[in-house]
Write a protein that binds this ligand. Structure first.
Ligand code: MF3
Ligand code: CO
Length: 252
């Protein structure tokens, strides 16, 4: 069942989203060669607690850390480690979840570490643009899969692989709520979008094949061909006329 959030609930999710965006902004200057993903996790966790919130991912289905740090061929759910150091030319997907007064916020972005290859810059740029193409369709009267279709059609001419095993999702008191929002498929399918629905839209796009594999830690998800992968996610609320992003600072 898709929950329509009240103004009060949307207000709390706006707060959760702001704390998340501030956590991300705090981390950004640390994303450079030499830092470990374990240190990024530690800094994020501390900032989230100091903001009066809790990290949504920690303990979620046994997940051991506060954020996900997915490097290069890791698509999602990379586990931060004090032994994993960022290198020049890497890309890092930072996925952050925050709970504030019982409501979740969830958002991800991929960053170049130092200087990356032009073909990787192009992957990041196209994946971010595909998120905004999807968001353009997020308005009352459209169906959930109008978002899905917009994302996949934007990526198609690039020849990249759009990951199908992970999808966007509703969010609120639970990190994952109805409806699921795939990043592919035909338009005009699935539930109608209505004001007060809160959704995470999150395309994951691979430079090569769309096929993935999960490592034996049962979390780390990698591309089957070992080529890099990008991930951008925003949490939004459907408004009377379109959408509002809840996980961006005013300037983002
Ligand atoms: N943004 C991801 C998602 O929507 C992050 C989940 S990580 C987990 O599934 F550890 F919480 F599973
Ligand atoms: Co999500």
């Amino acid at each position: 069942m898709i929950q329509i959030k009240s103004e009060r609930e949307i207000g709390l999710m706006r707060e959760a989203g702001r704390i998340l965006a501030e956590t991300r902004r705090m981390l950004e200057p640390f994303i450079r060669p030499g830092i470990t993903t374990g240190e990024l996790d530690r800094r994020a966790e501390q900032h989230i607690y100091e903001s009066g919130a809790t990290p949504s991912f920690k303990g979620y289905q046994g997940y051991p850390k506060s954020i996900c740090t997915s490097i290069n061929e890791v698509v999602v759910h990379g586990i931060p480690s004090g032994k994993r150091t960022l290198k020049n030319g890497d890309i890092l997907s930072l996925d952050i979840g925050v709970t504030y007064k019982g409501y979740h916020a969830d958002s991800a972005m991929t960053y170049p570490v130092g200087r990356v290859e032009p073909e990787i810059e192009r992957l990041l740029d196209a994946t971010l643009k595909s998120l905004y193409q999807g968001l353009e369709m997020a308005k009352p009267g459209n169906h959930v899969s109008d978002i899905s279709h917009a994302i996949a059609s934007f990526i198609k001419p690039y020849g990249y692989g759009v990951v199908e095993e992970f999808t966007g999702h509703g969010i609120g008191r639970e990190l994952h709520e109805d409806p699921y929002v795939p990043n592919f498929g035909p338009p005009h399918q699935g539930p109608l979008l209505k004001p007060g629905m809160t959704l995470c839209i999150e395309p994951m796009v691979n430079l090569g094949t769309k096929e993935i594999d999960v490592l034996t830690d049962n979390w780390t998800t990698v591309t089957l061909d070992g080529k890099p992968s990008a991930h951008y996610e925003h949490m939004i609320v459907i408004t009377e006329t379109g959408y509002e992003i809840l996980t961006a600072l005013k300037k983002e």
